[in-house]
Ligand binder design. Sequence first.
Ligand code: C2E
Ligand code: MG
Ligand code: MG
Length: 539
Amino acid sequence: MSTVAQNHINIEAELQAAIGANTLHLHYQPKADLQSGQIVGMEALLRWQHPTHGLIPPTVFIPVAENSELIVRLGDWVIQQVCADIVNWLAVGLKPPSVAINISPVQLQDPGLTSRLSHMLQAQNLISDQISLEITENVLMYRSENIDKAFSDFKQKGYLLALDDFGTGYSALSYLKHFPFDYVKIDKSFIKEIPHNPDDVSITKAVIAMAHSLGIKVIAEGVETEAQCKFLSDNMCDQIQGHFFSRPINAEQMQALLKDRPVLDKHLLRMGKPDRTLLLVDDEPNILNALKRLLRKDDYRILIANSGQEGLEILERNQVDVIISDQRMPLMTGVEFLRNAKKSYPETVRIILSGYTELQYITDAINEGAIYKFLTKPWDDELIRANIREAFHYKEMEDENRRLTLQVQTTNQELISANKQLAEMLKQKQKQISRDELSLSIVREVLQYVPMPIIAVDDEDMVVFMNSSAEKVIPASRIELGCQIEHLIPEAGSGMREFSEGLWFPVEVYGQPFDAQWKNMGEQSKPSGKIVMLIDHRC
Ligand code: C2E
Ligand code: MG
Ligand code: MG
């Protein structure tokens, strides 16, 4: 930070020059869906290649830009570049999913942002579905009328909104209720240590549950390992973003990725069926080889580790169903290893295979659930194969139960989300109706001031409106709203049948000569019927 402070002026001035100097570019990072495994979005991330200082990360220059007007110019450059890249991808026949653009809370203060955004999209023939907006949680600290207006405009134009870096700042879940976010992005600092940090596990689960109950989807940032991905998928997270699926890449590389359409492995999906994976842990290589040879015919994916520590490392990177561990190993015994494994991966089925029987120790471990079975060395080949088959069967039944629960939760979540969208649509519709009503009353008022008599009739020629100029030329005794125009001004009624639309024809209105003309209504608005205008012949 102090280096940044020292360079404050430089960064600002040089960044200003960089906007036109081709030293800024965008990287894109895909987001993968945990139900389909496919790429369903991507995030645009700004990069600054400084001619002498090399690559400067956005975490250094964005805060400097936010201290001046520069962030607005920088933000516009990003939007324009994203639009240009989308157009290039479309031109080669690709269908890019929506691209998320990071919007600084300072940009949101700018009342011209929404209309500029719309113009930039329109200029490239793009629609609001093709981009989405990510706004950091800090926005909650900057709340103002401008920001509330920006949120409401974004929703009205149909942009999807994500609350970025959730959990790092204000992190009040209750705030989510008051803002129209479609997605919450759990900050990478919480993802980093799952599944072994129990606090992060609890926080992540709580955020997912709370967001889903509000009809908001959840994206996890900074997913780097298979174990993190599996944990998130098992716990109903909707999408992942991070080095595990892909690092941020340039537009050309993204084009290749969109063409290849990589998907997440099936066993990592929310309801995906995993390969049967077995982890063997023993400090004696001979035992591991003998077991591997024996189990080769049983079609398991077999992973091996020479110590408890190595076993834990494998578990971190792989999704394992059944673990078979030796008891006597240096540094960490089998029971200690399986206790640790249970803590972070409770759904695994854990078996001890040992020649030694330290009865009390093993019984305790079985009683507390750390161990599912205890098998003895030397083993009977057929018996151990049958035991392992049974362990997989047990695991698959548990998985099936979990899958069913997830299915029920997913359906519930989809219902809540559909309800939320419906409520949002109704809100927008209601706003539209109020706006229409307002403009209708303004039009009515304007018509009252027009010096020319104007009368509107419906499809059955029944009078539905007349302005004050019309009321002045028609005797009050004749005026009955709801009567036929024929009854009010007989010559106008017959003229409307005889003369074509838009032609002037003479009429006598209670002794005074007028010229009349009629027009069909509904060319630019919904209502049908006709409008009749009169001009005083003497004027
Ligand atoms: P962010 O919006 O939360 O973006 C995600 C950051 O996480 C990116 O850092 C990305 O490179 C990084 N990341 C992605 N996957 C992993 C992973 O698996 N592990 C780890 N450790 N990190 C991962 P980056 O590109 O340095 O951007 C930092 C922040 O700068 C962004 O955080 C965003 O707040 C801001 N930023 C970037 N581009 C823009 C922009 O165009 N406009 C604005 N206003 N802010 C931007
Ligand atoms: Mg972001
Ligand atoms: Mg973030």
